[in-house]
Ligand binder design. Structure first.
Ligand code: F6P
Length: 496
């Protein structure tokens, strides 16, 4: 019998019946920790399902692997290195924590110097980076920087020059700080964008454009070689993966834009989630239960996607952030020892913002033929101060959607019937602040790790992105061995 057979044999109960059968269901499938409430009761998890997943977790050595992660062991086996993003928030291996602290102190000192005017006037921060070097900081600044923007921050990722020109149109080159964020300091998009920002500064008479550059990188030597003064390079450890890097110097726009104290609150919120993940029994552990539900839907019910919806405008960048975190981490086809994984891995993460999404894609969720586990993320304390009851309606919409997906409705007309029994989970934050956001993001990181561990895949490499990059580079040099279709496209666009 495979380790999965007990899970694959799980029945497909009706959600409403699960509530009828178990008066303790709500308590059993809700988890609370400082300012965050997780409600998994509208998923198909049952006591039997949890027991089957716990047996699998045992067979996969989840607890030991979690300890290995926090101990700084080389859990990223394909790259033979530790995974040290938790050390950025002070949890895990003591030596790696000390390194992260030193780097944070260096960052803080540079921020103090900038605020004291050491680099001249700074009103605008233009951060160029892509993937993990943009999505995380962008989420932080957008979610937390609304009320208290100390600087005008723009984060540009796309190599399409239109993105930069939009910023050039509103930023003053003489008051702009260029922040080049790249773990490797080789990424084509970022280096091209950085070069264009320097050219724009030069064209507009900035004396020493390189003097206004900060580099955020794990490749200090490359940044220095590129022209950044060593004192303005903010390093982070190689063990911090790109999509796990917002806690490191990659979070610079948030650290300077929101202030260091709030950045530290973010780290502390994440550390609280780390401790919860590390110390709470698996059947009361929020990231673990969330991963069990994920795996129930991908492995048993063959759901190909999952859809987080942020019912809070401030969290509108959470779904795209999660897309990279989940799909780059667990979109894998081989196990840790290189065998075909032989089963579905990461669900395709999509989603959006409520209530907008209700008027665009929810039709499919309620009546379409795909099973899509939905996740509602909402915040009790309103972000707005308008007199009308916007926030009340926003929250009630989120909750009503979850109820409707589960309950369904029978009508004489099939076109007007809803079969119901469609799963959702809800994450409810008391308020959105640096601490709760930190905990929320760390929750997702650990959930990804549990999914990866039970699937026996490496959640920390991303070799799948390399081939397309190599081919684009070869084409840019006029080479590359392309098929007739691609050769024709290159010719038509006049690029050969
Ligand atoms: O191409 C994917 C990727 O390597 C991501 O993993 C990473 O977040 C992004 O590119 C940017 O990489 P870098 O920070 O090295 O520029």
């Amino acid at each position: 019998m495979s380790d999965w057979s007990a899970i694959e044999a799980l029945p497909s109960p009706k959600l409403v019946e699960l509530f009828e059968q178990d008066p303790d269901r709500l308590a059993r499938f809700c988890v609370d920790l400082s300012g965050l409430h997780f409600d998994f009761s509208k998923t198909h998890l049952t006591a039997d399902a949890v027991a089957a997943f716990l047996a699998l977790a045992d067979a996969r050595g989840l607890a030991a692997r979690r300890d290995a992660l926090f101990a700084g062991e080389h859990v990223n086996v394909t790259e033979d290195r530790p995974v040290t993003h938790t050390e950025e928030r002070g949890e895990g291996n003591a030596e790696d924590i000390a390194v992260a602290r030193r780097f944070h102190e260096r960052e803080r000192a540079l921020i103090d110097a900038i605020e004291a005017g050491a680099l001249g006037p700074v009103r605008h921060i233009l951060h160029v980076g892509i993937g993990g070097s943009a999505l995380g900081p962008n989420l932080l600044v957008d979610a937390l920087g609304r009320d208290d923007r100390r600087y005008d921050v723009a984060i540009v990722s796309n190599i399409d020059g239109v993105a930069l020109e939009d910023v050039f149109a509103r930023f003053d080159p003489a008051a702009t700080l260029l922040v080049v964020a790249s773990k490797t300091f080789t990424t084509t998009e970022t280096m091209t964008n950085a070069a264009s920002v320097l050219a724009w500064m030069t064209e507009h008479g900035v004396d020493d454009p390189y003097g206004r550059v900060i580099a955020l990188t794990a490749a200090m030597d490359k940044a220095i070689e590129w022209g950044v003064d060593e004192t303005r390079v903010l390093p982070f450890a190689e063990g911090v993966g790109g999509r796990y890097s917002l806690w490191s110097s990659i979070g610079f726009p948030a650290a300077i834009g929101l202030g260091w104290d709030r950045f530290e609150e973010l780290l502390e919120g994440a550390a609280e989630m780390d401790r919860h993940f590390r110390l709470t029994p698996l059947d009361r552990n929020a990231p673990v239960l969330a991963a069990f539900a994920d795996l129930y839907y991908t492995q048993v019910r063959k759901a190909e996607t999952r859809a987080p919806f942020a019912y809070d405008e401030r969290l509108r960048l959470l779904p795209p952030y999660l897309q990279q975190l989940e799909m780059e981490s667990n979109g894998k086809g081989v196990t840790l020892d290189g065998r075909p994984v032989g089963r579905p891995t990461a669900a395709i993460a999509w989603g959006g913002v409520g209530t907008d999404a209700q008027h665009a894609v929810f039709q499919l969720l309620h009546q379409g033929t795909h099973l899509v586990p939905v996740e509602f993320i909402a915040v009790i304390e309103a972000g707005d101060t308008l007199a009308e009851d916007h926030h009340r309606q926003l929250l009630l919409n989120a909750f009503a959607q979850g109820a409707a997906l589960m309950k369904g409705k029978q009508a004489d007309d099939p076109a007007r019937s809803y079969e119901g029994n469609r799963p959702s989970s809800t994450i409810l934050l008391d308020r959105l602040d640096a601490r709760t956001l930190g905990a929320l993001i760390a929750f997702y990181e650990h959930r990804v790790f549990v999914n990866g561990t039970l699937l026996q895949i490496n959640s920390f490499d991303q070799f799948g992105v390399e081939l397309g990059k190599e081919m684009a580079k070869a084409a840019a040099k006029g080479g590359g061995d392309f098929d007739p279709s691609t050769t024709d496209l290159i010719r038509r666009a006049g690029l050969n």
